[in-house]
Write a protein that binds this ligand. Structure first.
Ligand SMILES: [Mg+2]
Length: 224
């Protein structure tokens, strides 16, 4: 898959790539609607439909990922709710082992996420993420989400990476599309971002099961 490819930088997404998306899906699709229903005295099913419709309206925008936006819109203390549910945050299978070996291989490593700074901070703390990375970057610092064409030149200006020798791993197909359009040499899709869900269709992108995929380990060996 990566025949002869020289790489020096790896850009890695957080939710659904390093950490199990099962937590985020639980938080946004189960816990938050339940809390909205309780706070407003609504039945769970219509409350859930209302909340899902609000999410749908913001798909692909930075607001979709913004804890402050949803705190205001849903009138819930989401920071407390995140902190209170953080014991459910888990690494995806093989992710921690991959990060350790990638770190030891001397690759430059950046975590690049659409997650809000508060969410990143909670997950960084729970999973000890900063020990693996040279940089932790939230798209909120650039004012646009990773699926937008404007994000990649901004990230490039901040990190000064060479797109020809950069791998990026993500579970979002629109994000991979944007990275490929910018010229990232190896955008890799994660097939199984949520351990409670079946594999997803990764379209035309080169795909790996996850960071634990042996093909990715081979890539690191070749890069050394
Ligand atoms: Mg993701």
């Amino acid at each position: 898959m990566f025949n002869g490819q020289r790489i020096d930088t790896i850009l890695i997404d957080m939710d659904g790539t390093i950490l199990d998306l099962a937590y985020d899906n639980y938080f946004w699709r189960e816990l938050v609607p339940r809390c909205v229903a309780r706070a407003r005295g609504l039945d769970p099913a219509p409350a859930r439909e209302q909340v899902y419709a609000l999410y749908e309206g913001k798909l692909g925008t930075l607001d979709w990922y913004c804890l402050d936006y949803w705190t205001d819109t849903l009138r819930l203390d989401l920071r407390s709710l995140k902190a209170a549910s953080s014991q459910r945050i888990r690494f995806l299978p093989g992710a921690r082992e991959f990060l350790l070996s990638a770190m030891r291989s001397g690759l430059r490593m950046a975590l690049v996420t659409n997650a809000h700074g508060v969410t990143l901070e909670i997950k960084r703390g729970v999973a000890g993420l900063d020990r693996y990375f040279d940089q932790l970057i939230s798209a909120h610092d650039f004012g646009c989400a990773k699926e937008h064409a404007t994000f990649w030149p901004a990230l490039h200006a901040a990190l000064d990476f060479n797109p020809d020798t950069t791998v990026m791993v993500d579970d979002s197909l629109p994000v991979l599309d944007a990275a490929a359009a910018f010229g990232i040499a190896l955008p890799l899709a994660v097939r199984r971002p949520d351990t409670r869900q079946p594999d997803k269709n990764t379209g035309q992108h080169a795909a790996i099961s996850g960071l634990g995929d042996p093909a990715l380990a081979d890539l690191l060996v070749a890069a050394r």
